[in-house]
Design a protein around this ligand. Structure first.
Ligand SMILES: NC(=O)c1ccc[n+]([C@@H]2O[C@H](COP(=O)([O-])OP(=O)(O)OC[C@H]3O[C@@H](n4cnc5c(N)ncnc54)[C@H](O)[C@@H]3O)[C@@H](O)[C@H]2O)c1
Ligand SMILES: O=C(O)C[C@H](O)C(=O)O
Length: 358
């Protein structure tokens, strides 16, 4: 009798390990916490991260890369479709983070409760011929709902907002948080890292360098002329001909469209974006951990210009954005670009703010 009880217990333990994602998806919020308890004992200390839109083109590779991040102990994958499959798949990776899936609006609060960092790639992507602003009508409402959840369930979380149009979705998020009385401008960051990643790549190609050795500040916003690479401030110090400057500025500003056209209706950048999102999220987690000297470009609440939001280099710390750096000396080409960028940005920011005011 004792032997068969032991065998039964062992089978139950193995079953609990074999079925974590399914159990987990079905049992969130219920009393069946057996699998969770099992994993919690072996869990490593680290940050709790949620991805909203985790089953999408960006969400899936982003989830995979975050599962590989040693700073993450708990990874919540939320979407309105397909999270059971994505969660089951990613949970088999033998890395430290525990993965849980959450499906549909009724599980949003469970997905968000207790999170340190929330990354949002939820929403529709562009097709050829569209601008990012053409996504506003659908994505504005999605971002508003998700941010209402954040206000309620993890108001102190750092938010990395990817959903387009970033120039408007960040102001939307700010307004939602203000309404809820939870707004901390230091913790709301629009992700413009893909512009920096592209700028580093394209500049390195022109200079014949390894892109890992190149650092290009990209300021302004995340759409067309609002994407302003500061080629006069590239590291290592270098100079460009006028022709090179115009080619590089245009290629960086239109990098997203280049991918949208190449994908010919199948969406926009997903893999390079997941890479950029993880690079940025990793910087945020290092800063949250207390590492010094974490400096990245992001679209944030800012006084660098007269606009209420602007992308520029920021120093990240335990509380999110701890210092925003001035733009530094600009050349004439960049000064003209800055004026164009500000003009377009002003309208996009206002559109986001008034959406929540409606
Ligand atoms: N900031 C940037 O640099 C950058 C770069 C690339 C793409 N984007 C933007 O990211 C967004 C996502 O792009 P994608 O290629 O992953 O699109 P996608 O369509 O492949 O994936 C989007 C995911 O969001 C989910 N979703 C929709 N409504 C939701 C809701 N209410 N709650 C949770 N999830 C929801 C969808 O089910 C889908 O799985 C787009 O708006 C795109 O323009 C931004
Ligand atoms: O271009 C897009 O629509 C997606 C994203 O903003 C990008 O820059 O790739």
């Amino acid at each position: 009798m004792q032997a068969s009880a032991d065998v039964n217990q062992r089978i139950a333990r193995i079953a609990a390990h074999l079925n974590p994602p399914t159990n987990n998806l079905q049992m969130e919020g219920s009393s069946n916490l057996r699998w969770e308890n099992c994993r919690a004992k072996g869990g490593s200390p680290g940050f709790k991260v949620a991805i909203l839109g985790a089953a999408g083109g960006i969400g899936q590779p982003l989830a995979m890369l975050m599962k590989m991040n040693p700073l993450v102990s708990l990874l919540h994958l939320y979407d309105v479709v397909n999270t059971p499959g994505v969660t089951a798949d990613i949970s088999h990776m033998d890395t430290g983070a525990v993965v849980r899936g959450f499906l549909g609006q009724q599980q949003l609060e469970d997905a968000l409760t207790g999170m340190d960092l929330v990354i949002i790639p939820a929403g529709v992507p562009r097709k050829p011929g569209m601008t990012r602003d053409d996504l506003f009508n659908i994505n504005a409402g999605i971002v508003r709902t998700l941010c209402e959840g954040i206000s309620k369930c993890c108001p102190k979380a750092t938010v990395n907002l990817i959903s387009n149009p970033v120039n408007s979705t960040v102001p939307i998020a700010a307004e939602v948080f203000k309404k809820a009385g939870t707004y901390d401008p230091r913790r709301l960051l629009g992700v413009t890292m893909l512009d920096v990643v592209r700028a580093n790549t394209f500049v390195a190609e022109v200079l014949g360098l390894d892109p890992r050795d190149v650092d290009v500040p990209v300021v302004g916003g995340h759409a067309g002329v609002t994407i302003l690479p500061l080629l006069s401030q590239v590291k290592p110090p270098c100079s460009f001909t006028q022709e090179e400057t115009e080619y590089l500025t245009s290629r960086i500003q239109n990098g997203g469209t280049e991918v949208v056209e190449a994908k010919a209706g199948a969406g926009s950048a997903t893999l390079s974006m997941a890479y950029a999102a993880v690079k940025f999220a990793d910087a945020c987690l290092h800063a949250l951990r207390g590492d010094a000297g974490v400096i990245e470009c992001a679209f944030v609440s800012s006084q660098v210009t007269e606009l209420p939001f602007f992308a520029s280099r920021v120093r990240l710390g335990r509380n999110g954005v701890e210092e925003i750096y001035p733009l530094g000396p600009l050349n004439e080409y960049e000064r003209v670009g800055l004026e164009k960028a500000k003009k377009e940005l002003a309208g996009s920011i206002e559109k986001g703010i008034s959406f929540v005011g409606k």
